[in-house]
Design a protein around this ligand. Structure first.
Ligand SMILES: Nc1nc2c(ncn2[C@@H]2O[C@H](COP(=O)(O)OP(=O)(O)OP(=O)(O)O)[C@@H](O)[C@H]2O)c(=O)[nH]1
Ligand SMILES: [Mg+2]
Ligand SMILES: [Zn+2]
Length: 357
């Protein structure tokens, strides 16, 4: 059992059930004998924390007092400041996103993959792409996919849960991190977690995202402990995540554009990379069409938001013909409001919300 330098007992909240917090204690060298044979304590939250409005969420690092080893109980006395925070699902201290797609069954759809990648990148957490069901396609097909994604700025890891291919590589990547899995329905997310964590026992082969549709209940979130350290959360699959970044932010979520912007600048600092002169982003790269489509969405959403918030909007939608429209400011000052990191993390939260709505 690891005890902090000043003698505190530390752990991580892995599940919240009513007013109880399941806390996994840090494993260290100072042994404390667990009569129950597990390193979990079921904890309550100290009144002091309630008084100061300190919430405790899954993923929180906490200080435990008054452990009752025989009863497996304890009390959370303090919450260590969070590194990151997602509200949907509520998970603190997430380090990275493991995006899982399948090479077949369901078929790999570039547009859908692109959407998930943009959504994941917009959280600003690290993104790692795994392509499952490699057992279903030939080496040539894998090479084709690999070349294509490399041009997008990604190096996917081909895996097969069925053939136990590269599962150890995934495990290595997850080591000692808090990871959230995302991806469409049926690609094998739950199967992968079961392969990584034999006692997770997640249900496989059901369309899990559909079950919660139409309800706004917060999904039960649980972090599963990886055999060699680290925690992993499953999410229900869904097929079309909403993008909610601003038009100006969007381009930054394309790694292949970062390369272009590293060697040159557009003439206008507020270039949206459509038909502006001297634009270094517009051009012959595969996902440019995706960019344009997502941009239209981002513009339409922003316009709608502003109209809702302020009927006498300071923004106006200007039609550019051919079904295109451009969002133009009447007042310069409001256009470039900084978007906080928290707002950006909201994007990942929406990954989950959509499966619940
Ligand atoms: N051929 C093949 N099938 C697989 C592989 N991994 C998983 N499957 C199958 O794919 C189906 C869907 O797997 P799940 O793990 O339930 O998929 P999921 O991503 O959790 O789906 P949702 O919970 O709906 O989001 C199941 O029938 C699995 O047996 C694989 O590597 N190869
Ligand atoms: Mg599942
Ligand atoms: Zn440009």
């Amino acid at each position: 059992m690891k005890v902090s330098p000043n003698g505190q007992l530390l752990g991580t909240v892995v599940a919240v059930q009513a007013n109880f917090y399941k806390v996994q204690l840090d494993v260290g060298n100072q042994e404390i004998n667990f009569p129950l044979g597990s390193s979990f304590l079921l904890c309550t939250r100290r009144t002091r924390l309630k008084k100061i409005g300190q919430q405790v969420m899954v993923g929180d690092r906490v200080v435990i007092e008054e452990p009752d080893w025989s009863g497996g109980r304890g009390a959370i006395a303090d919450v260590i400041p969070r590194q990151t925070q997602l509200d949907r699902p509520p998970i603190a201290n997430t380090n990275q996103i493991l995006l899982v797609f399948a090479v077949a069954d369901p078929p790999l759809e570039p547009y859908q993959l692109s959407r998930f990648l943009i959504k994941a990148e917009s959280t600003e957490l690290d993104v790692f792409l795994c392509l499952n069901k490699s057992d279903l396609v030939s080496l040539e097909v894998k090479e084709e996919i690999s070349d294509r994604l490399l041009a997008w700025g990604y190096q996917p890891l081909f895996i097969s849960v069925k053939n136990e291919m590269n599962i150890d590589q995934v495990a290595k990547y997850l080591n000692n991190k808090i990871t959230v899995i995302a991806g469409p329905s049926g690609v094998g997310k739950s199967s992968l977690i079961n392969a990584l964590i034999p006692n997770a026992n997640l249900r496989v082969g059901e369309v899990s995202g559909k079950l919660a549709r139409g309800r706004h209940t917060t999904r039960h979130v649980e972090l599963f402990e990886l055999p060699h350290g680290g925690l992993l959360a499953d999410t229900p699959g869904f097929n079309q995540p909403d993008l909610d970044c601003t038009p100006e932010e969007l381009v930054h979520y394309f790694p292949e554009v970062k390369q272009r912007l590293a060697v040159g600048n557009c003439r206008f600092s507020d270039c949206l990379h459509r038909d502006e002169p001297d634009c270094v982003v517009r051009g012959d790269w595969e996902r440019y069409q995706h960019y344009l489509e997502f941009l239209d969405e981002a513009i339409a959403r922003q316009t709608q938001l502003h109209q809702q918030a302020d009927p006498e909007s300071n923004m106006k939608l200007k039609s550019k013909g051919k079904g295109q429209s451009q969002y133009e400011p009447k007042l310069e000052s409001k256009k470039y409001r900084r978007v906080s990191r928290k707002t950006q993390l909201q994007a990942l939260q929406d990954l989950y919300q959509e499966s619940e709505d």
